[in-house]
Design a protein around this ligand. Structure first.
Ligand SMILES: Nc1nc2c(ncn2[C@@H]2O[C@H](COP(=O)(O)OP(=O)(O)O)[C@@H](O)[C@H]2O)c(=O)[nH]1
Ligand SMILES: Nc1ncnc2c1ncn2[C@@H]1O[C@H](COP(=O)(O)OP(=O)(O)O)[C@@H](O)[C@H]1O
Length: 225
């Protein structure tokens, strides 16, 4: 149900499935505000906040941070965006988180990127990030214009501490046991839309066409794919 002409979406998928990449395309095409739980946690770590430092050990071990901590953080930000249409990336990751979101906002659509685990592993170990903006690059898929530097700011890129082969294995396990049940939760509510594939550039036109039908025309920034 669309409330006050606002559109609220969640993007899901295993780590490395392309949530960040697809989210930035959605933001550009449809003007939704993008909120990434991972970016938010990394900003807390970078700022050396007490919360961030506490969370760093969970993240570096490939485990989820506690539900109450992340739910509080995300819901506070969403309350500040009450008049906006938004796209949530990386939250909810457990059924308890989905229930806490449901208590406050109605989710109109959940986009599920269904990408096989074998495809993902290689991608993550060659992911490079610009931490402060959340921009992501990949040696093969979308390399920066100048090797090692962010296209927009020229600042150095880094690799995430949790993008090691061992930690990726733990994250995929956490996804299977804790996050996959969330797909069922949203399927039963009739809002789950699954897009299967191994390449973002092939998945994206389908996501674009789907959202173009769902999002009110007045909110669409650009029509192109
Ligand atoms: N080879 C390849 N890499 C991709 C593709 N789509 C995204 N990537 C890269 O894979 C990594 C993970 O993508 P990201 O959007 O960060 O996924 P997320 O972890 O789900 O948010 C990044 O380095 C992307 O640049 C693709 O179709 N092919
Ligand atoms: N909703 C959440 N619940 C619990 N932990 C989270 C959540 N979102 C992010 N995290 C923590 O931050 C890490 C990185 O998240 P994220 O950047 O979304 O990873 P990816 O893009 O690889 O899916 C996760 O492995 C987890 O430790």
């Amino acid at each position: 149900m669309l409330v006050r002409n606002l559109f609220r979406a969640v993007i899901m998928g295993p780590p490395g499935s392309g949530k960040g990449t697809v989210s930035s395309r959605i933001r550009e095409s449809f003007g939704l505000q993008h909120l990434s739980s991972g970016d938010m946690l990394r900003a807390n770590i970078k700022a050396k906040s007490e919360l961030g430092l506490l969370m760093k050990s969970c993240i570096d071990q490939g485990q989820l941070v506690p539900d109450d901590v992340i739910s509080r953080l995300i819901l506070a930000s969403l309350r500040d965006m009450e008049k906006s249409s938004w796209l949530l990336d990386g939250f909810p990751r457990t059924v308890a988180q989905a229930e806490s979101l449901d208590g406050v906002f109605t989710v109109d659509t959940v986009i599920n990127l269904d990408v096989p685990f074998e495809t993902i592993k290689e991608r993550l170990t060659s992911r490079w990030v610009h931490l402060s903006s959340g921009r992501v690059y990949n040696i093969d898929f979308n390399p920066p214009r100048i090797p090692g530097l962010d296209d927009v700011t020229g600042e150095p890129l880094t690799q995430r501490d949790d993008d090691t082969p061992e930690t990726v294995t733990c994250r995929l396990k956490a996804y299977e046991t804790q996050t996959q049940p969330v797909l069922e939760y949203y399927r039963s509510k009739g809002v789950l839309a699954t897009f299967t594939g191994t390449e973002t550039n092939k998945i994206w036109p389908h996501v674009h066409a789907f959202l173009a039908k769902k999002i009110p025309q007045t909110q669409q920034v650009r029509g192109g794919v």
